[in-house]
Design a protein around this ligand. Structure first.
Ligand code: SF4
Length: 51
């Protein structure tokens, strides 16, 4: 079972396959802490794991 419909282009992540995330679940946080973000660029996928 993987997260459904998460497109991702981070091709060197261990969970990446053909622009789709294959992790069971992902965690996304605000880049520099806190719980609010102004733009998508301030967010970060914490589940990323380099190959
Ligand atoms: S874990 Fe994050 S960075 Fe890795 S493939 Fe999934 S969405 Fe992309």
């Amino acid at each position: 079972m993987t997260v459904q419909n998460v497109k991702c282009t981070v091709s060197n992540c261990a969970y990446w396959h053909n622009d789709v995330c294959r992790a069971d679940a992902i965690e996304v946080n605000v880049q520099n802490g806190g719980r609010t973000s102004r733009t998508s660029k301030d967010t970060i996928c914490e589940t990323f794991k380099p190959r």
